[in-house]
Design a protein around this ligand. Structure first.
Ligand code: FPP
Length: 336
């Protein structure tokens, strides 16, 4: 497994501190849910040290450095993107009925769906509030970009939910959905620091391009882990995406491959009721035999190569570029 890059671990404590300070603004009944979801507390409100990879705030801080902005300038962007991400996961677990998140019971199973929805809503509002507080030209730019990314995140989720009722999803549709659901917020994370620092438009454009391509690679790897990842490292149950009959990228590739395995996979996907363990293992084998696994891995590599091209065109400092590159490689080589 690739080590977590220093740019993710180094800024983490300070971002965490800023997130906690911002969460102080929330109503205590909401803060309790948020503190649990973000891994600061356990179910009983006692201190804990859980949480996600904090990829988006690290990217936001790096993008500030790319524009020569101070750490303090980029920090509200780092907190805002992580809050939007946290909102989306809180709501997503309810929509999908997922009971586990980051190796712990999902927030809605602990506090109930209504409290978890409100926790997500509060984080979304707080993310905007943090950027509005800055009241600079850069923060208005950043707020617009974050709102646009959030709209795409929501459309991507809606598109994805619609896939569940369809058996004719194309690979192009699935790529568009992933670009919206995952790519848009990662692209915004890669450029929000530069916007807050009022960097040149060309820089923001290239960093956005880098983040979009990396975001697609990220989703492809996420989808591969959703089928072949180990529950010990992903924190999700084994074969969870197949159990939920998710139309993930490797699955949609396999369904559209026109092979005998594609037809059998379509049959298993259309079967009503819960799938048996044998069916799940067969589905995974069929996706692989129809080429879905190899295609997704190769597509992730192509996206990373394209992301690197944007990075090369961004004209940024070698150190910052190397740190962006380390994160991009970590994204494709991660096991969780
Ligand atoms: C509006 C709405 C409900 C949208 C939901 C959109 C959604 C669930 C997108 C998934 C994005 C994704 C791959 C998250 C995992 O990120 P990560 O691996 O960085 O997570 P971590 O923070 O746990 O490390």
């Amino acid at each position: 497994m690739t080590a977590v890059p220093a740019s993710i671990t180094d800024g983490r404590a300070l971002v965490d501190q800023a997130m906690r300070a911002a969460a102080e603004r929330l109503d205590p009944s909401i803060r309790k849910v948020v503190a649990y979801h973000l891994g600061w507390t356990d179910e009983h409100g006692r201190p804990a040290a859980a949480g996600g990879k904090a990829l988006r705030p690290a990217l936001a801080l790096l993008s500030g450095r790319a524009a020569g902005a101070s750490y303090e300038t980029a920090l509200p962007g780092a907190v805002a993107v992580e809050f939007v991400h946290a909102f989306s996961l809180l709501h997503d677990d309810i929509m999908d009925g997922d009971r586990t998140r980051r190796h712990r019971p999902a927030a809605w199973t602990v506090f109930g769906p209504s409290a978890a929805i409100l926790g997500g809503d509060a984080l979304l509002a707080l993310s905007e509030e943090l950027l509005l507080d800055e009241n600079t030209r850069g923060s208005h730019w950043a707020a617009r970009a974050l709102t646009a990314a959030t709209q795409r995140l929501i459309s991507g989720q809606s598109f994805d939910l619609g896939f569940e009722r369809r058996d004719d999803v194309t690979l192009d549709e699935c790529l568009t959905m992933a670009a919206d659901k995952t790519g848009a917020l990662l692209a915004c994370s890669c450029s929000i620091g530069a916007m807050l620092g009022e960097g040149p438009t060309d820089l923001v454009t290239e960093l956005t391009g880098f983040g979009s391509e990396m975001g697609l690679a990220f989703q492809l790897v996420d989808d591969l882990l959703g089928i072949w990842g180990s529950p010990d490292t992903t924190g999700k149950p084994v074969l969870s995406d197949l159990r939920a009959r998710k139309k993930s990228l490797p699955v949609v590739f396999a369904l559209n491959a026109g092979t005998p395995e594609s037809a059998r996979l379509a049959e298993l996907y259309a079967r009503p009721g819960p799938a048996s363990e044998d069916d799940l293992r067969e589905m995974a084998r069929l996706v692989e035999a129809a080429g879905g696994r190899d295609w997704a891995a190769a597509e992730a590599d192509r996206r990373i190569a394209s992301a690197e091209k944007h990075l090369g065109d961004a004209g940024i400092d070698d150190h910052v570029r190397a740190e962006f590159r380390d994160i991009a490689l970590f994204v494709t080589e991660r096991d969780h």
